[in-house]
Design a protein around this ligand. Structure first.
Ligand code: SAM
Length: 278
């Protein structure tokens, strides 16, 4: 029988956020596949867990993916951990999940921290609808195309960013979304120096002209304003005036009543009664 792949979420800064179930699974599997073995080793040492550890990251995911699938097919259980947070969110875990599905191997999750969701709930922006945009490309043209493609989205947007690219990204966002668009910049979440700045894009660009970006960032961007509904030509007219307009345009009264009722989204009988003052 095949083994199971466990996607184990680990802390994004504060070791106290690891779940009891995550520790239990890490303690029970045959192998832990880690994006960053050094970082995972710190976590394992802190909780006195001693298990075989292998690296699985962007640059070895093809060969390592096959190796892990073979172990799973031999009935071994494997835990996958990201360098921080939830595997498969902006990390190569996504590919391993696809491989398992293709090979009929059970995948299950041990949920926990996700930087983007924590930034969203602290942002003060709408949480009703949001889109996770991940990292922008380092390629200038692709980055601009990405931003242009989402500038009219009305949901809240969540981006990940590294400190050395923050200034360029904020400036590109100001060009694409406009100076007044609100954002929240969340950094060092769950750590001692956690900070959430709530600014406009223009304020953020200016702030980071004076301040050196430090730590990992999540940028949460307010969605575009909903386009305002166009005012109807008949607004401000009484029902009788509305009908008369159609009649003066050549409609007979029956047609005019029907059209007026449809424009206003009210029953024909109501329009008829009002017109004839019944
Ligand atoms: N899988 C992770 C998750 O669940 O959020 C994300 C991994 S991604 C490679 C790393 C990015 O997540 C960082 O560049 C940063 O944008 C964000 N991030 C991770 N930890 C963070 C923290 N403590 N505070 C703010 N952002 C963080």
């Amino acid at each position: 029988m095949n083994g199971t792949l466990y996607l184990c979420a680990t802390p994004i800064g504060n070791l106290g956020d690891v779940s009891a179930r995550c520790l239990e699974i890490l303690n029970s599997v045959d192998l832990i596949a880690a994006e960053d073995t050094r970082r995972t080793l710190q976590l394992l040492n802190h909780f006195n867990i001693s298990k075989p550890l292998t690296s699985y990251h962007e640059h070895n995911k093809r060969e390592k993916g096959e190796y892990i699938i073979n172990l799973l097919k031999q009935g071994k259980n494997v835990a996958q951990v990201s360098d921080a947070g939830t595997p498969a969110i902006s990390d190569p875990g996504e590919d391993l999940v696809k491989l398992c599905i293709e090979n009929d191997i059970t995948v299950t999750s041990v949920p926990g921290p996700v930087a983007g969701i924590n930034a969203l709930i602290l942002s003060g922006l709408s949480t009703a609808r949001y889109a996770f945009e991940g990292f922008l490309s380092v390629n200038k043209r692709h980055r601009k195309e990405h931003l242009a493609g989402v500038k009219n989205d009305t949901c809240t947007l969540i981006f990940y960013e590294a400190p050395h690219k923050l200034r360029t990204t904020l400036s590109d966002m100001r060009d694409a979304f406009g100076a007044d668009r609100k954002i929240a910049l969340a950094r060092e979440l769950t750590k001692v120096h956690e900070e959430v700045l709530r600014l406009t894009l223009d304020e953020a660009v200016k702030y980071y002209e004076e301040t050196t970006p430090r730590g990992e960032y999540v940028i949460v961007v307010e969605g575009a304003k909903e386009p305002e509904a166009e005012a109807s030509w008949w607004e401000g007219l009484s029902i009788a005036e509305h009908i008369e307009k159609y009649i003066s345009g050549g409609m007979d009264s029956k047609e005019a009543i029907k059209q007026t009722a449809s424009d206003r989204g009210i029953p024909k009988r109501e329009v008829y009664n009002e017109y004839h003052k019944i």
